[in-house]
Design a protein around this ligand. Structure first.
Ligand code: SF4
Ligand code: SF4
Length: 293
């Protein structure tokens, strides 16, 4: 893997010359093959799990409400729309637990759904600011779709200490999204995969805090919402809780498990429509019928 360090800055950049695209594609095909081999059950038993959630990074999904309905949304905000918000008390408890455990967070991202639609956004920010005061180098970032007047009005009033990532979406068609709803469990290719391996997202984005509790990644919490299982940890897990049980139940449904690692959009097929495999069709059908009971 010495090759990895020297090549990755080049491979992951978005602006390499066209003539290198074929080479980069080949590199990622090799990576995909390795990924498949690495997550097979006997290989996992031999080598251990491939990925572990970062314990100094956190994503908080404060709401599943969204003013856009993007195809292939990996929080199901379009496929199973819901105005479910996280409670202010959960945020306060997280802040308390972090301070008690002396947790040193590198970055906390506030997402959704569209986080600016949470009715108590200002109160949530005030609570999180307590962590920023205790640890001034902590980056707290709000991730918004930047779509519509209501969202932009909220953005214009956000405090200066908050970093903002604005994807400035204009449309529900997001060709660069991955096929979140193509469940690996629906594919023969992953018949013998061990889903407890997770994927690179857990390592690069960290733990997820959602209205359902804590998960090894926020995407996993969003999957639990539509399954209505409420499996998340209810208090901030200690650093040695790898939450493999939650990966085992979520990752087999998550399209991100397929690649397992970041692939630059330039090297992925554009997705112009919602792609939904059999298991997900049933999950959304059941979710809708539960709500109508
Ligand atoms: S803006 Fe984000 S949360 Fe909203 S539907 Fe699109 S992908 Fe999902
Ligand atoms: S495969 Fe999906 S649910 Fe599993 S760790 Fe990756 S992003 Fe989270």
């Amino acid at each position: 893997m010495a090759l990895r360090n020297s090549m990755e800055p080049f491979i992951y950049s978005h602006d390499y010359p066209k003539k290198w695209v074929r080479f980069a594609k080949f590199w990622f095909q090799l990576k995909a093959l390795w990924r498949w081999f690495r997550v097979q059950k006997p290989v996992t038993r031999l080598m251990g799990y491939q990925y572990q959630a970062a314990d100094d990074l956190l994503e908080i999904d404060i709401t599943y409400q969204c003013n856009l309905k993007c195809n292939n949304c990996n929080r199901s905000s379009a496929q199973a729309p819901d105005k479910k918000h996280i409670g202010l008390e959960e945020i306060s408890q997280f802040v308390e637990d972090s301070l008690c455990q002396h947790r040193s967070w590198r970055k906390i991202r506030i997402l959704g759904g569209e986080p600016t639609l949470h009715p108590e956004l200002n109160e949530i920010l005030s609570e999180l600011h307590r962590l920023k005061i205790a640890q001034p180098d902590l980056c707290i970032q709000l991730v918004t779709n930047g779509y519509g007047r209501r969202v932009n009005t909220v953005i214009s009033k956000l405090p200066d200490w908050l970093s903002i990532e604005n994807s400035a979406k204009t449309d529900s068609i997001q060709p660069d999204f991955g096929p979140f709803n193509l469940a690996p469990v629906d594919s023969w290719y992953h018949k013998f995969s061990d889903y407890s391996n997770g994927c690179d997202i857990a390592r690069t984005c960290g733990l997820g805090l959602t209205p359902q509790g804590y998960y090894p990644c926020a995407v996993g919490g969003g999957i639990d919402r539509v399954l209505n299982q409420k499996n998340g940890r209810q208090r901030l897990p200690s650093g040695d809780d790898e939450m493999r049980d939650l990966m085992k139940s979520a990752c087999g449904l998550c399209g991100r498990f397929r690649d397992g690692h970041y692939v630059p959009p330039k090297l992925r097929p554009k997705i112009l429509v919602q792609q939904t495999s059999m298991t997900w069709k049933k999950i959304y059908r059941d979710w809708k019928s539960d709500r109508h009971q």
